[in-house]
Design a protein around this ligand. Structure first.
Ligand code: KIV
Ligand code: NA
Length: 265
């Protein structure tokens, strides 16, 4: 099977085929998700919360992202591999270029993802010029949780929605190849997905995006007590992790995930 590239994902968007993504932090799951047909593996800095037990993603380092990226890279064959730049790693364009070089040369990243709006436009341009496929990330920015004061939906009033619309355009114009929209109203995410030519992958952003991503451990029901309102436990009624992941892949492809119940706004 031909490996997935950012061009493959763009072609899927053009054909109206939904893109399936999950977070992934190790080689074992990389093999499983890759074989189940997941298109995009995201080594998210959510690993700071999911694997390390931190309350936020702020403590995660470039070194740790390199370690997990390299582990996932050894397990994947077909799926495209995106790795997050962690907190402060894109504080200046120079720092972002150095960090991205490490993620790609040591961490096996094929796409580098970074959180933030207009202030990152120059960084996205510089990375793209150097041949780095960039995934932008707008809406809820978990690395800014200490400023935001909590994990809340963004873009719910017109001022905030207009800012996200503008930032999405700016990221595309700066050369981003992909965009993740986290926790924004479905109508806004759908509108941005239709207006951009690059694929938009949603999490907590409704069914109108070009693709969906979830945190692996959330969709496997490994977050007991507080599952996010926009996630689904795909282990419910299924006997194995393989079956649960296959069900997720099918549900994203046919548009049945996320359903209305998993679309809070
Ligand atoms: O860190 C992460 O897992 C992410 C996804 C939820 C998009 O950024
Ligand atoms: Na992240």
């Amino acid at each position: 099977v031909a490996p997935v590239s950012v061009a493959t994902l763009a072609a899927m968007k053009a054909r109206g085929e939904r893109i399936v993504s999950l977070t992934c932090y190790d080689a074992c799951f990389a093999r499983l998700l890759d074989r189940a047909g997941v298109d995009l593996l995201l080594v998210g800095d959510s690993l700071g919360m999911v694997l390390q037990g931190h309350a936020t993603t702020v403590p995660v380092t470039v070194e740790q992202m390199v370690y997990h990226g390299a582990s996932v890279a050894r397990g994947r064959e077909r799926a495209l591999l995106a790795v997050d730049l962690p907190f402060m790693a894109a504080a200046t364009p120079e720092r972002a270029l150095d960090s991205a070089a490490r993620l790609m040369q040591e961490g096996g990243a094929q796409v580098v993802k970074l959180e933030g709006g207009e202030w990152l436009a120059e960084t996205v341009r510089r990375l793209s010029e150097q041949g780095v496929p960039v995934c932008a990330h707008l809406g809820l920015l978990p690395q800014s949780v200490n400023r935001l004061g909590g994990y809340r939906f963004q873009g719910r009033d017109e001022t905030s929605a207009e800012r996200i619309r503008r930032e999405a355009r700016v990221m595309e114009e700066a050369g981003a190849s992909l965009l993740v929209l986290e926790c924004v109203p479905a109508a806004l995410a759908g509108e941005i997905s239709r207006s951009l030519s690059i694929p938009v992958i949603g999490i907590g952003a409704g069914a109108g995006c070009d693709g969906q991503v979830l945190v692996l451990h959330d969709m496997l029901g490994l977050n007991p007590g507080r599952p996010p309102s926009f996630s689904r436990d795909f282990m419910q009624g299924r006997g194995s992790i393989g079956e649960a992941v296959a069900a997720y892949v099918a549900a994203v492809r046919d548009g049945s995930f996320p359903a209305a119940a998993e679309t809070p706004y």
